[in-house]
Design a protein around this ligand. Structure first.
Ligand SMILES: [Zn+2]
Length: 271
């Protein structure tokens, strides 16, 4: 099984059949589809939240291979109502990029709590943020410790926080330790979507799988693709590269299958 946890919508036009064909060509069974970005990221060209949600729904409705994630800016004054509307429309989770606020910003926490209460996960960007602004400091993994306060939350840090991958793994260890001592402590996943340039890939995978944490059930695989433009050949190359590295590290097939597919359902459904 191969599922892609990180696919962005990059254009307005809904072209579902083209995407499904591209997924077939890549050997990808299904993917998480991230909505168009909010104004804080897209600038003046951004569409209103209701339009972005409607667009996401058009892409995903009735198609179980496409799981909708709504990109929310938790600082928008009506973010709470946006969460409610997204839940009514059936989104499987939410996407957040903290590009001008720390993840634990007091204005954002109630939004995370509402998402946790609805038993939906959040996929956060983490690591260097290529937005041309002074913003990466907000996306360092240790800043996400603030989420320890959000009971019941499931969340993932995308890109394994490259280049702060060690810090990302250490924060993962901290959340796991919290879960052992406190029922309801948040559950952290790591989305291994590149991020990591190829020269760092072996190092990242080796550290993740040999650090000694119970991590194999908490790693997600994604491509950071954009739609339109999902590139089956590019996706296949990443999968082949990763499988080769995982084999060379003697990562058991069972753990590999979790990474390439099984863990995504745990992220979405919490089981
Ligand atoms: Zn992305």
């Amino acid at each position: 099984m191969l599922r892609d946890c990180h696919v962005h919508l990059g254009g307005d036009a809904v072209a579902r059949e083209a995407l499904l064909s591209a997924l077939d060509a890549a050997g990808v069974e299904g993917c998480l589809l991230l909505s168009l970005p909010p104004a804080s990221f897209a600038g003046s060209g951004a569409r209103p939240a209701a339009d972005r949600l409607a667009n996401l729904e058009q892409w995903c409705v009735g198609e179980p291979r496409l799981a909708p994630l709504f990109w929310i800016d938790p600082l928008e004054p009506d973010a709470g109502r946006q969460v409610e509307a997204a839940l009514r429309s059936g989104v499987r989770g939410f996407k957040v990029i903290a590009n001008r606020f720390f993840p634990g910003d007091a204005r954002a926490m109630p939004v995370y709590r509402a998402i946790a209460a609805a038993d939906r996960p959040i996929l956060f960007h983490s690591g260097i943020l290529w937005d041309g602004r002074d913003s990466s400091r907000y996306c360092r993994p240790a800043e996400f410790e603030s989420l320890l306060e959000v009971s019941g939350l499931r969340f993932a840090l995308a890109h394994a926080s490259w280049p702060w991958c060690d810090e990302c793994l250490a924060v993962f260890g901290k959340f796991e330790q919290a879960r052992r001592h406190r029922p309801g402590a948040p559950r952290m996943f790591i989305d291994l979507t590149p991020g990591t340039p190829p020269i760092y890939r072996e190092e990242l995978l080796r550290r993740a799988y040999t650090i000694g944490y119970d991590i194999a059930g908490s790693l997600l695989w994604g491509s950071d693709s954009f739609v339109p433009g999902y590139d089956p050949d590019g996706v296949r190359r990443w999968v082949e590269r990763d499988r080769k590295i995982l084999d060379s590290l003697d990562v058991p097939k069972e753990a590999q299958e979790k990474l390439f597919g099984g863990n995504l359902e745990r992220f979405l459904a919490g089981r």
